[in-house]
Design a protein around this ligand. Structure first.
Ligand code: R2B
Ligand code: URA
Length: 352
């Protein structure tokens, strides 16, 4: 049976005229340049006039700086920024994507954690892909995003695409399901991030790129032994009470009240709950950066609160969002004949 480049199996004759729906970042018409966030060559422009007036910008939590490092040399070729919760998972993703895109490093060497001396986040670079841990929760991912967006600016990166690869609780879907977020909402079902700034609440829409989400969905294989779905993602400030769990140190609601709430948000289109998407969507959208969130469910919250699956099963499930993102990245590079990249990437300190 013929297959399209978007990996759809074409089942009947008519479909031979099928037009590939997979749009790679540069071809995505829904994405329009905004001069507030892009220079004419597509490189990232900051919505902060202060930064270009500074002698140097220290990206403190990344252990990098515009004065101390040649950020254009180190990161100028980045296209994809992939983020996930833990340093180990993002090291694994870096090694996995290295194989998938055929990126070579000298024999006997291993990938280096570029941000190891920050003791906060881990960062690995594999050709055009950055793999970075963001820790848990909105504050942690928010700090990281400020610095990574500034890194994109200092490095003159053109049209980067950001992915969050994570874990979550599902609602009405079984453990091991891959969820692509269509938008992020908070615990009140509001689709914006609210942040107190100078004593005022600032709201930023938590929008994700819908076309990118559809493109990722098109890359789900029919023979994947799990489902890949699109839906709304609820992002909370807490794992226990904030996610309607009965098993925290405190619980002041009944099981019926919990089930009523989960049923209500499910009816509103929420299919999963996690803890970073609101900030991830809001800050990337504000920066004019295309982004997507892909998480695997660790349990169905309509059936329980505790994560009971054995470690080996959880480890296997956590690879699933990585596989989908790897398919997207390899197709992008394939189309540009850039499946094996050399050149940039070594630590490059400026002479003092
Ligand atoms: C998913 O898993 C973590 C909580 O266990 C949190 O970072 C999230 O979003
Ligand atoms: N991560 C969450 O935030 N919630 C879950 O239920 C599982 C993983």
């Amino acid at each position: 049976m013929p297959t399209c480049t978007c990996e759809r199996i074409l089942e009947n004759e008519d479909e031979e005229n099928h037009e590939c729906q997979l749009k790679l970042p540069a071809e995505n018409e829904s994405f329009q340049y905004d001069s507030a966030v892009r220079y004419r060559d597509g490189s990232v422009r900051l919505r902060n006039p202060n930064i270009e007036l500074m002698d140097q910008d220290i990206l403190y939590h990344l252990a990098l700086g515009s004065g101390s490092h040649d950020l254009v040399e180190m990161f100028g070729d980045v296209k994809f920024v992939c983020m996930g919760g833990t340093p180990k998972r993002m090291e694994q993703f870096a090694n996995y994507i290295m194989k998938e895109i055929g990126h070579k490093i000298p024999a006997g060497t291993t990938l280096l954690d570029i941000s190891q001396y920050s003791y906060r986040y881990s960062m690995y670079k594999v050709g055009p892909v950055l793999s970075i841990s963001h820790g848990m929760g909105i504050p942690s991912v928010g700090i990281l995003l400020h610095e990574v967006i500034k890194l994109m600016y200092h490095a003159k990166v053109k049209d980067p695409v950001f992915f969050r690869i994570g874990t979550c609780g599902g609602i009405g879907i079984e453990g091991g399901t891959v969820v692509i977020s269509e938008e992020a909402v908070d615990g009140m079902l509001n689709s914006y991030l609210e942040l107190p700034v100078l004593g005022q609440l600032v709201r930023r829409p938590a929008k994700l790129d819908r076309q990118l989400a559809r493109d990722l969905k098109a890359l789900a294989h029919r023979d994947d032994p799990y489902d890949t779905v699109i839906g709304k993602t609820m992002c909370t400030y807490d794992f226990y009470e904030g996610q309607a769990r009965l098993d925290g140190a405190f619980c002041e609601f009944s099981e019926n009240e919990k089930m009523d709430y989960l049923t209500k948000i499910h009816k509103a289109g929420v299919v999963n709950i996690e803890m970073e998407s609101l900030s991830f969507a809001a800050l990337t959208h504000h920066a004019g950066i295309q982004s997507a969130v892909v998480c695997v469910t660790l349990l169905d919250r309509l059936k329980g609160d505790q994560v009971l699956a054995p470690k080996e099963v959880l480890d296997e499930w956590q690879i699933r969002p990585q596989q989908l993102i790897a398919r997207y990245i390899t197709r992008y590079l394939q189309r540009r004949g850039r499946l094996s990249l050399e050149g940039h990437g070594s630590i490059s300190k400026k002479a003092t």
